[in-house]
Design a protein around this ligand. Structure first.
Ligand SMILES: [Zn+2]
Length: 211
């Protein structure tokens, strides 16, 4: 399978990239110097599908491959996706994908549970800023192996709660431990060891009430 790529000097993306790398580096406590993520702009849906080896939904506009970020080119954004284009949303999406890159590196390229993987990227790129906080959580735990549009609903708010209530060291510890975790059960045990309570809706909703 063949792709044609070329280097481009895109000032706006370069600026977003540098800012995101610096902010995410601070959060993850990772001063990334070598083999830093690269951004590849993809022109159309057909190419996204060829890279991923599957038919993608029209809401997929960015993804990571190892630590590299692939983004639907803003030139064709509205034509090739269901999203409206805005510079601000695009910058947030770049940061969202780069947050996945950092996650990959500190987790040893493990990215389950999906709610933690997406939740971190949503939280760190402020994508929930304009959304209302759920009154209670009832869906995010469905997304361990499973992925899909539903995971974006609660997971950013769960991560926000965990970071703001218990500090970022705990969530970093949890993510770093993923490299030696091989099942949902092992994850739940680790969660309990880190946070001191079982991961379930009752306990999480109780924390929500106290924020
Ligand atoms: Zn994501």
């Amino acid at each position: 399978m063949t792709f044609s790529i070329q280097y481009i000097d895109d000032e706006k993306i370069e600026k977003d990239y540098k800012k995101a790398i610096s902010e995410l580096g601070n959060f993850f406590e990772l001063n990334w110097e070598f083999n830093k993520p690269r951004i590849f702009l993809v022109k159309n849906r057909v190419t996204i599908d060829k890279i991923l080896g599957k038919k993608t939904e029209d809401w997929v506009v960015g993804f990571v491959n190892k630590a590299d970020v692939y983004m639907l080119d803003r030139e064709n954004y509205e034509k090739e996706s269901c999203h409206k284009f805005s510079e601000e949303e695009y910058s947030k999406t770049i940061k969202h994908e780069l947050a996945h890159s950092f996650f990959q590196v500190i987790s040893g390229f493990k990215n389950k549970p999906d709610w933690l993987w997406e939740g971190m990227a949503i939280y760190l790129s402020d994508q929930d800023e304009t959304k209302n906080k759920p009154k209670e959580f009832s869906e995010f735990l469905d997304y361990y192996e499973k992925s899909g549009p539903g995971v974006y609903k609660e997971s950013g708010f769960v991560v926000k709660l965990l970071v703001e209530k218990f500090g970022k060291q705990k969530i970093l510890e949890l993510i770093k431990s993923l490299m030696s975790i091989n099942s949902k059960k092992e994850f739940q045990d680790k969660f309990k060891a880190v946070y001191g309570f079982e991961l379930n809706y009752g306990n999480i909703n109780e924390q929500l009430d106290r924020v």
